[in-house]
Design a protein around this ligand. Structure first.
Ligand SMILES: C[S@@+](CC[C@H](N)C(=O)[O-])C[C@H]1O[C@@H](n2cnc3c(N)ncnc32)[C@H](O)[C@@H]1O
Length: 163
Protein backbone atom coordinates (compact mmCIF):
# COMPACT_ATOMS: atom_id res chain seq x y z
CA UNK A 1 0.00 0.00 0.00
CA UNK A 2 1.42 3.33 -0.98
CA UNK A 3 -0.15 6.76 -0.73
CA UNK A 4 1.08 10.07 -2.03
CA UNK A 5 0.53 13.56 -0.73
CA UNK A 6 -1.59 15.63 -3.14
CA UNK A 7 -1.32 18.89 -1.24
CA UNK A 8 -0.89 20.58 2.10
CA UNK A 9 -3.36 22.18 4.52
CA UNK A 10 -2.81 25.68 5.79
CA UNK A 11 -4.80 26.47 8.94
CA UNK A 12 -4.52 28.84 11.92
CA UNK A 13 -3.59 25.93 14.25
CA UNK A 14 0.10 25.22 14.89
CA UNK A 15 -0.19 23.08 18.05
CA UNK A 16 -2.46 20.09 18.71
CA UNK A 17 -3.63 21.55 22.03
CA UNK A 18 -6.28 24.27 22.46
CA UNK A 19 -7.71 23.93 18.96
CA UNK A 20 -11.06 22.72 17.62
CA UNK A 21 -11.67 18.98 17.81
CA UNK A 22 -14.09 18.69 14.88
CA UNK A 23 -15.42 20.98 12.10
CA UNK A 24 -18.52 21.50 14.26
CA UNK A 25 -16.34 23.14 16.91
CA UNK A 26 -14.26 25.04 14.33
CA UNK A 27 -17.08 27.16 12.95
CA UNK A 28 -15.59 29.94 10.85
CA UNK A 29 -11.97 28.74 11.02
CA UNK A 30 -10.54 29.49 7.60
CA UNK A 31 -8.12 27.10 5.93
CA UNK A 32 -6.48 26.60 2.55
CA UNK A 33 -5.54 23.48 0.71
CA UNK A 34 -2.54 24.06 -1.54
CA UNK A 35 -2.76 21.34 -4.18
CA UNK A 36 0.30 20.02 -5.96
CA UNK A 37 0.17 21.60 -9.46
CA UNK A 38 0.36 18.11 -10.97
CA UNK A 39 -3.24 17.60 -9.73
CA UNK A 40 -4.71 20.98 -10.75
CA UNK A 41 -6.87 19.54 -13.54
CA UNK A 42 -8.43 17.14 -11.01
CA UNK A 43 -10.04 20.16 -9.28
CA UNK A 44 -12.22 20.89 -12.31
CA UNK A 45 -15.95 21.03 -11.38
CA UNK A 46 -15.30 20.70 -7.66
CA UNK A 47 -16.48 24.32 -7.26
CA UNK A 48 -20.07 23.17 -7.84
CA UNK A 49 -20.11 21.54 -4.41
CA UNK A 50 -20.72 23.41 -1.17
CA UNK A 51 -18.86 20.89 1.00
CA UNK A 52 -15.92 18.57 0.53
CA UNK A 53 -14.57 15.55 2.37
CA UNK A 54 -10.88 16.02 3.08
CA UNK A 55 -8.68 13.06 4.01
CA UNK A 56 -5.31 13.94 5.49
CA UNK A 57 -2.38 12.58 7.40
CA UNK A 58 -2.31 13.22 11.17
CA UNK A 59 1.37 13.93 10.69
CA UNK A 60 2.00 14.79 14.35
CA UNK A 61 -0.04 12.00 15.91
CA UNK A 62 1.36 10.01 18.82
CA UNK A 63 1.93 6.26 18.45
CA UNK A 64 -1.21 4.16 17.97
CA UNK A 65 -3.14 3.08 21.07
CA UNK A 66 -5.78 0.39 21.50
CA UNK A 67 -7.75 2.30 24.12
CA UNK A 68 -8.08 6.07 24.38
CA UNK A 69 -9.83 8.55 26.59
CA UNK A 70 -11.17 10.95 23.95
CA UNK A 71 -11.55 14.70 24.31
CA UNK A 72 -15.29 14.47 24.92
CA UNK A 73 -15.17 11.91 27.73
CA UNK A 74 -13.34 10.98 30.92
CA UNK A 75 -13.60 7.23 30.34
CA UNK A 76 -11.51 5.06 28.02
CA UNK A 77 -12.98 3.65 24.80
CA UNK A 78 -11.66 1.37 22.07
CA UNK A 79 -9.71 3.46 19.56
CA UNK A 80 -12.04 2.57 16.70
CA UNK A 81 -14.99 3.95 18.68
CA UNK A 82 -13.28 7.36 18.67
CA UNK A 83 -11.84 9.95 16.28
CA UNK A 84 -8.55 10.22 18.20
CA UNK A 85 -5.49 10.87 16.01
CA UNK A 86 -3.32 8.04 17.48
CA UNK A 87 -4.44 5.44 14.93
CA UNK A 88 -2.60 2.57 13.20
CA UNK A 89 -3.08 4.49 9.94
CA UNK A 90 -3.23 8.10 11.16
CA UNK A 91 -5.79 9.44 8.68
CA UNK A 92 -8.07 12.38 9.49
CA UNK A 93 -11.44 12.96 7.86
CA UNK A 94 -13.17 16.36 7.88
CA UNK A 95 -16.23 17.60 6.00
CA UNK A 96 -15.44 21.24 5.24
CA UNK A 97 -17.33 24.10 3.64
CA UNK A 98 -15.84 24.99 0.25
CA UNK A 99 -15.53 28.77 -0.29
CA UNK A 100 -13.67 29.08 -3.55
CA UNK A 101 -11.01 27.59 -5.75
CA UNK A 102 -8.33 29.82 -7.21
CA UNK A 103 -5.89 27.85 -9.35
CA UNK A 104 -4.42 25.23 -7.05
CA UNK A 105 -5.70 26.89 -3.87
CA UNK A 106 -8.89 25.52 -2.33
CA UNK A 107 -10.29 27.81 0.37
CA UNK A 108 -12.30 26.08 3.08
CA UNK A 109 -14.09 26.96 6.33
CA UNK A 110 -14.46 24.99 9.59
CA UNK A 111 -10.89 23.64 9.45
CA UNK A 112 -10.12 21.39 12.45
CA UNK A 113 -6.62 20.18 11.53
CA UNK A 114 -3.08 21.30 12.19
CA UNK A 115 -1.29 23.63 9.83
CA UNK A 116 0.96 21.57 7.54
CA UNK A 117 -1.21 18.44 7.54
CA UNK A 118 -0.47 16.55 4.31
CA UNK A 119 -3.59 16.04 2.16
CA UNK A 120 -4.27 12.53 0.84
CA UNK A 121 -7.56 13.02 -1.01
CA UNK A 122 -10.54 15.30 -1.62
CA UNK A 123 -14.04 14.09 -2.45
CA UNK A 124 -17.30 16.00 -2.92
CA UNK A 125 -19.74 15.68 -0.02
CA UNK A 126 -23.07 14.38 -1.32
CA UNK A 127 -25.87 13.99 1.23
CA UNK A 128 -27.54 11.26 -0.81
CA UNK A 129 -24.33 9.22 -0.64
CA UNK A 130 -23.02 10.17 2.77
CA UNK A 131 -26.06 10.60 5.02
CA UNK A 132 -27.32 7.25 6.25
CA UNK A 133 -31.04 6.62 6.22
CA UNK A 134 -32.84 5.74 9.40
CA UNK A 135 -32.02 6.61 12.98
CA UNK A 136 -28.40 7.18 13.91
CA UNK A 137 -26.92 6.16 17.28
CA UNK A 138 -23.68 7.72 18.52
CA UNK A 139 -22.78 5.36 21.33
CA UNK A 140 -20.81 6.94 24.19
CA UNK A 141 -20.91 10.30 22.36
CA UNK A 142 -24.68 10.62 22.65
CA UNK A 143 -24.27 12.03 26.14
CA UNK A 144 -21.61 14.62 25.25
CA UNK A 145 -22.96 16.07 22.03
CA UNK A 146 -24.04 19.38 23.57
CA UNK A 147 -20.39 20.20 24.40
CA UNK A 148 -19.10 19.85 20.87
CA UNK A 149 -19.71 23.41 19.63
CA UNK A 150 -17.29 24.85 22.16
CA UNK A 151 -14.94 21.89 22.58
CA UNK A 152 -11.17 22.48 22.35
CA UNK A 153 -8.38 19.93 22.44
CA UNK A 154 -6.13 19.46 25.46
CA UNK A 155 -2.73 17.79 25.53
CA UNK A 156 -3.83 14.15 25.70
CA UNK A 157 -2.78 13.52 22.05
CA UNK A 158 -0.05 16.12 21.83
CA UNK A 159 2.98 14.76 20.02
CA UNK A 160 5.25 15.37 23.03
CA UNK A 161 3.09 12.87 24.98
CA UNK A 162 3.87 10.16 22.50
CA UNK A 163 2.90 7.08 24.51
C1 LIG B 1 -10.16 14.51 17.23
S1 LIG B 1 -9.27 14.81 15.73
C2 LIG B 1 -10.60 14.83 14.58
C3 LIG B 1 -10.13 15.18 13.18
C4 LIG B 1 -11.09 14.78 12.08
N1 LIG B 1 -12.25 15.64 12.00
C5 LIG B 1 -11.49 13.32 12.19
O1 LIG B 1 -12.57 13.04 12.73
O2 LIG B 1 -10.75 12.46 11.70
C6 LIG B 1 -8.85 16.53 15.85
C7 LIG B 1 -7.72 16.75 16.80
O3 LIG B 1 -6.58 16.04 16.33
C8 LIG B 1 -5.41 16.79 16.52
N2 LIG B 1 -4.81 17.01 15.19
C9 LIG B 1 -5.29 17.72 14.16
N3 LIG B 1 -4.48 17.66 13.10
C10 LIG B 1 -3.45 16.87 13.46
C11 LIG B 1 -2.27 16.40 12.79
N4 LIG B 1 -2.01 16.76 11.55
N5 LIG B 1 -1.41 15.60 13.49
C12 LIG B 1 -1.68 15.24 14.77
N6 LIG B 1 -2.77 15.66 15.46
C13 LIG B 1 -3.65 16.45 14.81
C14 LIG B 1 -5.80 18.08 17.24
O4 LIG B 1 -5.63 17.91 18.63
C15 LIG B 1 -7.28 18.21 16.89
O5 LIG B 1 -7.99 18.88 17.91
Amino acid sequence: MEFQQIGILRTPFTEPTDMPIQPSSARGAIGRIEIDPAWEAALQDLDGFSHIIVLYHFHRAPSPRLMVTPFLDDSPHGLFATRAPCRPNPIGLSVLRLCRIDGVTVEVVDADMLDGSPVLDIKPYVPEFDQPSGPVRCGWLDKGMDEIAVARSDDRFADSNND
